[in-house]
Design a protein around this ligand. Structure first.
Ligand code: WQD
Length: 342
């Protein structure tokens, strides 16, 4: 089955391309390379053993999408392409709504024109805001997201649901990611943050590599065991495998007009300090970090209840936090070696 992977040169997209190939699917990439690098394509070829067909295009561009859909006969779409920096979305809400909503609308429209029915959407735990009850299940009410980024994810979920209700044949799954971390075991692909990383693990590994003077822990006065925030850190390869399971579920779902939502996390909440201590232990590194003030917009704690993903999709996370942090560090070291050879 031929699967279009939008944003397929990105962090989660590239890892999903590998897992799709290894599960017998034929991935095709669309990426505008606004937040990814073309060198990822050659890295994917080296991991997979053959070139992945890819198109440089903006998913907002319906004409470009039609040309690609006319050329390739897709059996399904996984839609990663989106702007995803929470802080940037607060500064540039119009760009975020245009890009994230526009690309989803364009994709759904062109899919309908070409009779492509299977759609997996990259959503986020951010749609839950700060839940009152933990762990969060898929039935936990979504809250007004703390950022335009999170709001675009919530609105896209509603758009998809409404298209399914309109009975045009769409079969869709939204996967609500928790915090993706780590990298492929080959250290050929991983997270490539642009500029100063906003996310914890890439900033941490850059600090460990001496590229940042120190890591600042944003607050240790939360109502948690060690005062730092709690998150559900999931290995990016486990996250990638959830997309294969979602496609397989859609393929065996005979009825059209199907929609479902799944949490994709480990089910375990980990504090920021515990993540730092685990990183130091598994990599035998002393990290330079200091406690600083809280970051505006951060929620105190969130982690997933993942029974539904296991019982319905047949998926569960297999990799440990230790493996995630070992793989993240190996990737950072590979980046340093790569830059050293440039
Ligand atoms: C995690 C924890 C910070 C940096 C966001 C999006 C979410 C998803 C993942 C896309 C928080 C703390 C961080 C640092 C720190 N993105 N931290 N020092 O905010 O949980 O989630 O990214 O899908 O949708 O909302 O991730 O990695 O930024 O922060 O102490 O330098 O680490 O306060 O508690 P977050 P994060």
């Amino acid at each position: 089955m031929k699967i279009l992977v939008t944003g397929g040169a990105g962090f989660i997209g590239s890892h999903t391309v590998v897992e799709l190939h290894q599960s017998g699917f034929e991935p095709v990439i669309i990426d505008d390379f606004s937040n990814s690098e073309e060198k990822v394509l050659s890295r994917l070829e080296s991991i997979i053993g053959k070139a992945v067909v890819s198109y440089s295009a903006d998913c907002n561009d319906e004409t470009a999408l039609r040309q690609i859909f006319a050329k390739e006969k897709f059996d399904g779409v996984i839609h990663f392409a989106a702007s995803k920096a929470v802080g940037e979305s607060v500064e540039k809400p119009l760009m975020y709504y245009q890009n994230n909503l526009g690309s989803t609308l364009a994709m759904l429209k062109v899919m309908q024109e070409f009779g492509v029915k299977s759609f997996v959407f990259s959503s986020s735990c951010t749609v839950y805001g700060q839940p009152d009850v933990l762990p969060v299940t898929e039935e936990t009410p979504r809250q007004e997201a703390a950022s335009p980024y999170g709001n675009t994810k919530r609105i896209c979920e509603d758009i998809i649901r409404d298209v399914v209700i309109s009975k045009t044949g769409l079969k869709a799954i939204s996967l609500r990611y928790f915090n993706p971390v780590g990298a492929h075991e080959s250290a050929q692909i991983g997270e490539l943050p642009r500029g100063v990383p906003s996310n914890l693990v890439p900033y941490l590994t850059q600090a460990a590599a001496g590229l940042r003077e120190k890591l600042t822990v944003f607050g240790d006065d939360y109502n948690t065991p060690d005062g730092t925030c709690i998150r559900d850190f999931i290995h990016v390869v486990d996250l990638a495998k959830a997309h294969v399971k979602a496609l397989e579920l859609l393929a065996k779902t005979e009825e059209d007009n199907f929609y479902d939502v799944f949490n994709v996390g480990t089910g375990e909440g980990v504090t920021v300090l515990r993540l730092i201590q685990t990183f130091e232990q598994v990599n035998n590194i002393k990290l330079n970090y200091a406690i600083g003030p809280r970051r505006a917009g951060d929620i105190e704690q969130i982690y997933a209840q993942v029974d539904k993903s296991h019982n319905v999709m047949g998926w569960k996370a297999e990799k440990t936090l230790e493996e995630s942090l070992r793989d993240a560090w190996r990737w950072q070291q590979a980046l340093a070696a790569d830059n050293a050879t440039v």
